[in-house]
Every structure is written in C-alpha cells, then in structure tokens.
Write a protein that binds this ligand. Structure first.
Ligand SMILES: Nc1ncnc2c1ncn2[C@@H]1O[C@H](COP(=O)(O)OP(=O)(O)O)[C@@H](O)[C@H]1O
Ligand SMILES: Nc1ccn([C@@H]2O[C@H](COP(=O)(O)OP(=O)(O)O)[C@@H](O)[C@H]2O)c(=O)n1
Length: 230
C-alpha cells in the first residue's frame, strides 16, 4: 500500500481524545504530528513566568511576541520549550489550564502561533495537526478534516482517569473546567472553536481510543483515494 501523503486536521473540545488519537493516527500513517494546544499552553507559561495578567491582552501580546516557543513534530516524543526551558510537564498543570483560554483569545498571539504552525508543517509530506481552529483557519485546504466530539460526562471521566482523580467533587470540578473552557473557546471573536463546513464529525462517546484511531485512518485513506480519482 502506498504511504499516506497529505494533511489530517483534528479539532474539537477538550477531553474528546484529540491528542491521543492524533498521535495514534500519525504513527499509523507514518506522519508528522503537531499539538497546537501545547503551543498556546507554552505561550501561557511565558505569560505566567513574566508575571503578566492573562486578562491583559496588550501585556500578553508583548510577552508572547518576545518568547521563543519551540515544539516538536514527532508523535513519539513530546518537545515543548519556552526560551530554551523544557516546559512539557508544566503546560499540563492546573495554573496553565486556568489561564490558557484567555491567552489564546488574543488576536496577536493567534497570528504569531498560526504563522509558526504553518511553517512547522510546510515541509511535511504527511502530517496530523490537532487543535481548535486547524480545519477552519490554519489549514483550510487540508486533505481530511475531523471534528471530534464526545458527551460531556465521558470527557470529564476521561480527564479524571488521565489525572488519576476519582472523588466525585474532583470530577465535578473537572467537568466545570471543561464547560468553562468550551464556552470561552467557542464564543471568542477570533477563530472560535467550531467544525469547518467540510469537516467530518466523529463522536467518540461509544468508541474506545483504538476504534477512533482506526476510523480516522480509514477516513484519511479514503480522502486520498477520492482525491486521486478526481
Ligand atoms: N475514545 C476514547 N475512549 C476512552 N478514553 C479515551 C478515548 N480517547 C482518548 N481517551 C483518553 O482520554 C484522555 C483525554 O484524551 P486527550 O487525547 O488528552 O484529549 P484532548 O486532546 O481532546 O483533550 C486520555 O487519557 C486518553 O487516553
Ligand atoms: N488551535 C488551538 C489549540 C488550542 N487552543 C487553546 O488552547 C487551550 C488548550 O488546548 P489543548 O488542546 O491543550 O487542550 P485540551 O483539549 O488538551 O484540554 C484550549 O482550551 C484553547 O483555548 C486554541 O485556541 N487553538
């Protein structure tokens, strides 16, 4: 079978499985992988490290413009650096998660990171890119666009399992955080979270992770063969 060539975009709300599925799909397709959420989280680390207020759009834009954000495009290893410092663990912490939606709503930050995202994938024959606006803004001509959804309860349960939390109060807090971020990300003026008009919606509520990976790989291969026949 010939190798996959093209761009796969995976967008959707938090906890739907984007990162894990995108890594699995990239491995199966022999493709590069870009986690754009990690870039907005790294920008948030720069803001917090500088002591800037995440709600102060001008200060945020200034700090992020001066920060050197580096992310890897290898599905097997995670590389996230801010000004040369490894922040791969810090970006997943609660402090960053609380502030990231405010930082990512700043248009100057989005322009900077979208330019960087396009440059990072420009040389790749095959790439899987995940985020919120990849199919709508970053790569509007992608080969196949997936919009991943899942029931809110399933998303909160998955996030809790991932973080090793099981107390009902902790799960309720995670669910509230997911709701707050979805609401913020979907209602911002610049590049809100929404499916592209030509995205295929995949609901992962009743599928396990391998099932979702298999479905997306099939959709990616079908899109290429349709493209070849056209
Ligand atoms: N279909 C699925 N069923 C059950 N758990 C899943 C599924 N897809 C992903 N997960 C798990 O849910 C958690 C959150 O997934 P993640 O990929 O981080 O989501 P996102 O990037 O959309 O926030 C991870 O621990 C992952 O292993
Ligand atoms: N392409 C993207 C990716 C992430 N983001 C922002 O970055 C935050 C963190 O993204 P993420 O993908 O790491 O979040 P999780 O789904 O892993 O919780 C999101 O809540 C958005 O505010 C964005 O605005 N645009």
């Amino acid at each position: 079978m010939s190798g996959f060539r093209g761009q796969v975009t995976l967008d959707g709300p938090s906890g739907t499985g984007k990162s894990s599925v995108a890594r699995g799909v990239a491995a199966r397709l022999g493709a590069a992988y870009l986690d754009t959420g990690a870039m907005y989280r790294a920008a948030t680390v720069a803001v917090l490290t500088a002591g800037a207020d995440p709600a102060d759009a001008e200060a945020v834009a200034r700090v992020v413009a001066a920060a050197r954000i580096e992310v890897g495009t290898d599905a097997a290893t995670e590389t996230v650096l801010v000004d040369g410092v490894d922040v791969a663990e810090r970006i997943r912490g609660a402090e960053v998660t609380r502030a990231v939606s405010a930082v990512s709503a700043v248009p100057a930050v989005r322009r900077q990171l979208v330019d960087q995202q396009r440059a990072l994938v420009a040389g790749a024959d095959a790439v899987v890119v995940e985020g919120r606006d990849i199919g709508t803004v970053v790569l509007p001509d992608a080969t196949v666009k997936i919009y991943l959804t899942a029931a809110p309860e399933a998303r909160a349960q998955r996030r809790a399992a991932q973080l090793g939390l099981s107390a009902p109060a902790e799960i309720a807090e995670l669910a509230a955080d997911l709701r707050r971020r979805d609401e913020f990300d979907s209602s911002r003026a610049d590049s809100p979270l929404r499916p592209a008009a030509d995205a295929i919606v995949v609901d992962s509520t009743e599928l396990d992770q391998q099932g979702v990976v298999a479905r997306v790989v099939t959709l990616a291969r079908e899109a290429v063969s349709v493209g070849e026949r056209a």
